[in-house]
Write a protein that binds this ligand. Structure first.
Ligand code: EPU
Length: 335
């Protein structure tokens, strides 16, 4: 086993934060992962590093999960079942599906990170969540080193949530995900305003999954920073769900507040809007700040520390609480 010492994790997290890993190993097969777990159970997993803010050096053994490979399990006239190993890059997989005309995840184009982490937070964008295409999730039980298979129901998916964020947290290592995608009669989700606007500006009347993917890429590029250029972790906070009565109270002072109905009694409001109202949008604090085009995204312009960004996040939470009496929940894992 090739365990390295004192490795910077700067290139292993999309925020681009430097912290030191005392011990580090990159794992590229199921067998070597199972072998490693014989002697090392107290590990810190890193895959695409797209949903974490590192605030301190890591004392545990850092295991970089680099399992690659895509295989077609089975298919019928309408659907195809594809198993993708955890270390495959998410966006490259989406582009491959689009090029093969496999439908279901085109709205999730350009989301940073790897396939193995997509079920954990149930990634979602432009009206689609990955849970709608996940058939099974395979994982290694860290304690027993055995492979366990989770059905879609087992995963208990919710908005940016799953069993892997709750009771199964730190118990399993996701090794592959099996997706069920469509081969024809794709169910396109294009009702999201920005997608419709893209189509009408390009005069697209009968969109294909490639058109949807291209539109999402154009929209994301226009307002979300590319982590290769500016360190970030996508949405830093969840969009809060509040009671209808609280929403109506806020609406009296802020008649333009955007909202999405969750149920007859609950309303989801965009955290980005709340943060913008409090004057944080585009604010720069030297090395870090709030993105100028989407206030939900905190950014590392250079050599910011995780602590600096975390303090900014706490400051935002406090301000939102004081202004709107809303608790903003952090979506990114703070390490
Ligand atoms: N808004 C503002 N100011 C901002 C940002 C947004 O006023 O700075 C307003 C917009 O004008 C719009 C509303 O908030 O009325 C919603 O904005 P947007 O469509 O950009 O979506 P979002 O709710 O802010 C969510 C996801 C994103 C996903 C988009 C598109 C969460 C936490 N975030 O953002 O996911 O791309 O919808 O579907 O649910 C991510 O998770 O990393 C991510 C980027």
């Amino acid at each position: 086993m090739n365990i390295q010492e004192n490795i910077s994790l700067k290139n292993y997290n999309t925020f681009g934060i430097h912290v030191n890993a005392k011990r580090f190993i990159s794992i590229d097969s199921l067998y070597s992962l199972q072998q490693l777990l014989k002697s090392e159970k107290d590990i810190f997993l890193i895959s695409g590093g797209s949903n974490m803010l590192l605030t301190k050096d890591i004392e545990k053994l850092v295991v970089h999960l680099n399992l690659k490979g895509i295989s077609i399990d089975r298919e019928n006239e309408n659907d195809i079942y594809i198993t993708v190993n955890a270390g495959e890059n998410w966006h490259e997989f989406v582009l491959w599906c689009v090029s093969e005309n496999y439908g279901g995840i085109e709205n999730l184009s350009l989301i940073p990170g790897n396939v193995g982490t997509c079920p954990i937070q149930n990634i979602g964008a432009y009206g689609v969540e990955v849970k709608d295409t996940i058939n099974r999730v395979e994982a290694i039980d860290i304690e027993t080193r055995k492979l366990v298979s989770f059905s879609n129901d087992d995963c208990k998916f919710g908005y940016r949530n799953s069993i892997f964020k709750n009771i199964a947290k730190d118990k399993y290592i996701i090794t592959s995900v099996c997706f069920q995608l469509t081969k024809k009669d794709h169910k396109l989700t294009t009702s999201y305003g920005a997608i419709e606007a893209e189509f009408s500006s390009k005069n697209i009347k009968n969109p294909t999954i490639k058109n949807v993917s291209d539109a999402v890429i154009a929209i994301r590029n226009s307002k979300l920073p590319d982590p290769k250029k500016i360190g970030n972790s996508g949405s830093f906070f969840k969009n809060p769900v509040i009671s209808k009565s609280k929403f109506e109270e806020i609406q009296k002072d802020f008649p333009n507040i955007p909202s999405y109905k969750v149920s007859d009694t609950e309303i989801k409001v965009p955290a980005g809007w709340l943060i913008e109202q409090c004057g944080f949008k585009g604010k720069s604090y030297g090395n870090y700040g709030v993105h100028e085009k989407q206030a939900l995204v905190l950014v590392n312009y250079g050599n910011a520390t995780g602590i600096e960004i975390y303090e900014l996040a706490q400051n935002i939470q406090k301000t939102i609480k004081n202004t709107f009496s809303i608790d903003l929940e952090i979506e990114v894992n703070i390490i």
